[in-house]
Design a protein around this ligand. Structure first.
Ligand code: 5GP
Length: 190
């Protein structure tokens, strides 16, 4: 998606060999106009799949996921990373090793919000090693729901997540695909 690539070129900052910082439009400050456009793009890419629910992980997946859900006219559920007093005891959980934080998070979805047979679209901000998407896949499977595909805002093709999801036969759509970081600059795939 050209608009997103331009925004990454304009505002993204490369950290070290493999991390992109996009905290002024996606990961901290959020650009709602851009998020609405990303959400619309995901909705167009997956509309034919008759989605019942959009699932993401807090916090950075929420903005693009909610706009995709708005456009598809379905609910959006975000997996929580921390237990809360308000969370019921009846949950689906999965362990996710965080690439950026280098720690394992327990992701949690209340069983009331994911039902057997529902057609679920996963959304996340980044695809690196595929751990977040895999954790959400485990939760979808545990709920006996049906995984329709994964929409990713920014995929880093040089990390192993995409290959993992391709092997699992998952329909993945990424709005920007980064092939490499070279001398602090982003090189897009294709
Ligand atoms: P994965 O689970 O695919 O290894 O990593 C995806 C998760 O790690 C995303 O949910 C995102 O929060 C975080 N992440 C991975 N790579 C990057 C990156 O280059 N920049 C930022 N800001 N987050 C990333």
């Amino acid at each position: 998606m050209k608009l997103l690539e331009e925004r990454i070129q304009q505002d993204g900052r490369v950290l070290g060999d493999d991390v992109l910082k996009v905290d002024n439009f996606l990961n901290h400050q959020v650009d709602p106009q851009l998020m609405a456009q990303l959400g619309h793009e995901f909705a167009e890419l997956f509309r034919a799949e008759k989605i019942d629910k959009v699932l993401t992980v807090e916090s950075s997946g929420i903005a693009p996921a909610v706009f995709a859900a708005l456009d598809l006219d379905v609910p959006m559920v975000f997996a929580r990373k921390k237990k809360s007093l308000t969370l019921s005891a009846d949950n689906y959980t999965a362990d996710v090793f965080s690439f950026t934080k280098q720690e394992t998070n327990h992701i949690i979805v209340d069983k009331r919000f994911l039902n057997a047979g529902e057609r679920v679209l996963l959304i996340d901000d980044f695809l690196a090693n595929g751990q977040a998407v895999q954790g959400m896949m485990e939760i979808v499977e545990a709920a006996d729901a049906e995984l329709v595909g994964a929409g990713i805002v920014i995929e880093k093709t040089f990390q192993k997540g995409r290959a993992l999801l391709d092997e699992a036969g998952i329909h993945v759509e990424s709005l920007a695909r980064i092939a490499a970081f070279e001398d602090g600059q982003v090189v897009f795939a294709d």
